[in-house]
Design a protein around this ligand. Structure first.
Ligand SMILES: [Zn+2]
Length: 547
């Protein structure tokens, strides 16, 4: 194990191995020299030794490759960290497993007033392919409220939770949300759709203390570094979460490079949201190389597997459901116009085609008054199904895309059932975005889908989905080089950091990862199963596999 002192050492270092720089002018090298956290030379071993000076320590990798540190452009790191401490349903494959996890937690924590799960679990993984009902949750635990949020768009709850929140047969749906009801009795089934329906209940559950949150952040950073992540964009953070990031930063414990995207809470009146943003005085780009403010994050619609994505046509299995628009076009337009005028970037959550259409219409409108090209407005997910016209307009406006191959992988089986393999093959069309000249950043949407960038690169190259051996939409697959660029050079661009990281070149920050394979030469399967031998942020080793 590295001691804290050795790990933090700013000792000049020569890193030797097969180096993939992602720098078009010098794609491969044998060594690089790192001094004071930055790369000072990339080239031959001798040139790196000369640049690092006498007495530099050497780190050598005899196999695999050294690549730029990996960047996840859509990763709820704080949220993922918090999941570590509560009931974990991520491995459940059926409703019986969920019931067992709840019973187990209830038995081990007799004093807990509520039972709350992490939200990184999947209906797609359950053999029933549906949410548990309140009666099924009552069977696991009826004496306390059970609250199982799922992916930011839904929550399954038991009868005690409905009772405490005052939700009954006669309670109307809140604007932008839905209480699913039994078609015969009209009673709530326990499934709450979209935040206005479940967030008020979530607020009733005891909150996690600040110290617990800091501890969770320390742990999740370690886990991320162990899979090669050196930078993330955390989308939609509240002021409370922003303060946690700053606490970690101030203590020197933010080992991740984090670009945080403040949430525009569009459930509040637009005047209030805009006044809040204006009062800050700062904007996208404020911060340093470790912690920086990115764009504003705004939700336009819900999710595909929840049936709340805003579609151009009804969901095939629900003829009168076209999804939910969670922010009205008028409020969205005002926020987008504010961002364009005050030089904020803006990342919009858009899953369904109608949401993508609305986003690009509004971006085009506000661009006429204040050009947005330099602001890199971002389409987050843009999943079901961007049209050729969407792609052309995004290119024209300098709009970037944050995509999540792991989402296609995880939700694939459920959505193939819902939409069929042909339509699903056209979802997350990374090939089409790249061919249209749009810059695409890779990411995971953790904790919704698994955070390993190697899984993401493998999926983008193979277009495989969980439990299927054939590709779904092979035409949308990308090359090995393009897959790596999505998590390095292009992810750096999407996160306003391309002058500092994403490629290994003199002057850049020394964020690098040593893999057990060469990601440009190896079979995609080998990439998925590769080991991350070491990870460095600013030249400091933050992960090292003991060999
Ligand atoms: Zn997300």
């Amino acid at each position: 194990m590295l001691t804290a002192v050795a790990a933090r050492s700013r000792h000049p270092t020569v890193v030797r191995g097969s180096i993939i720089t992602m720098d078009r002018d010098c794609p491969r090298a044998q060594a690089m020299a790192v001094v004071n956290g930055r790369i000072v030379a990339v080239g031959s071993v001798q040139s790196a030794r000369d640049a690092a000076g006498a007495g530099a320590r050497e780190v050598a990798f005899s196999k695999g490759a050294v690549i730029p540190g990996l960047i996840d452009t859509h990763n709820h790191m704080h949220w993922t960290g918090i999941q570590l401490g509560i009931v974990d349903l991520s491995g459940c494959t059926g409703i019986a497993g969920i019931q067992a996890a709840i019973r187990d937690y209830a038995a081990k924590n007799p004093g807990s007033q509520w039972i709350v799960s992490g939200s990184g679990w999947h209906v797609a993984n359950l053999k029933e392919q549906r949410y548990p009902t309140r009666q099924e949750l009552d069977a696991a635990c009826a004496d306390r409220p059970v609250y199982l949020p799922r992916g930011g768009h839904a929550a399954a709850v038991n009868t005690a939770a409905l009772r405490i929140a005052g939700i009954g047969r006669d309670t109307p749906d809140p604007p932008g949300g839905k209480f699913e009801r039994d078609p015969v009795s009209g009673e709530p089934t326990g499934l709450l759709l979209e935040p206005p329906a479940f967030e008020p209940m979530g607020r009733l559950a005891p909150s996690i203390s600040r110290d617990e949150q800091i501890a969770a952040m320390r742990e999740i950073q370690k886990r991320y570094h162990a899979v090669g992540i050196t930078g993330i964009m955390d989308p939609g953070v509240t002021p409370e979460i922003m303060a946690i990031y700053q606490d970690l930063w101030a203590r020197g414990e933010l080992s991740m490079r984090a670009v945080v995207m403040p949430l525009a809470d569009s459930s509040r009146p637009a005047e209030e949201v805009l006044a809040g943003l204006a009062a800050w005085g700062v904007r996208t780009g404020f911060g340093d190389e470790r912690l920086k403010i990115g764009g504003i994050k705004l939700y336009i619609d819900g999710g595909a597997s929840f049936g709340t994505a805003l579609m151009r046509e009804p969901f095939p299995d629900e003829r009168c459901n076209c999804g939910i628009q969670v922010t009205s076009t008028d409020v969205f337009r005002r926020i987008a116009a504010f961002c364009a005028e005050h030089r904020w970037s803006l990342g919009v959550h858009v899953v369904g085609g109608r949401a993508i259409d609305i986003a690009l219409d509004v971006f085009g409108e506000v661009d006429r008054a204040h050009p947005i090209r330099d602001l890199r407005f971002c389409l987050i997910h843009a999943y079901l199904w961007p049209s050729p016209n969407n792609i052309a307009r995004a290119h024209k406006l300098g709009v970037v895309v944050a995509t999540q191959p792991s989402m296609q992988y995880t939700f694939g089986p459920l959505l193939v059932k819902r939409f069929g393999a042909v339509l699903m093959g056209k979802a997350t069309p990374i090939r089409a975005w790249l061919d249209g000249g749009v810059i695409v950043g890779g990411g995971s949407d953790s904790p919704i889908t698994p955070y390993s960038p190697l899984l993401g690169m493998w999926q983008a190259r193979t277009r495989r989905i969980e439990g299927h051996n054939e590709a779904i939409g092979r035409e949308e697959a990308v090359s090995a080089e393009e897959a790596l660029a999505m998590y390095t050079r292009d992810a750096a661009y999407v996160s306003f950091s391309e002058r500092e990281r994403g490629i290994l070149r003199p002057g850049m920050l020394a964020d690098w990862v040593a893999l057990s394979v060469d990601p440009l030469e190896c079979d995609p399967e080998a990439l998925r199963d590769a080991s991350v031998l070491a990870t460095a942020v600013g030249g400091e080793l933050v992960h090292s596999l003991s060999q």
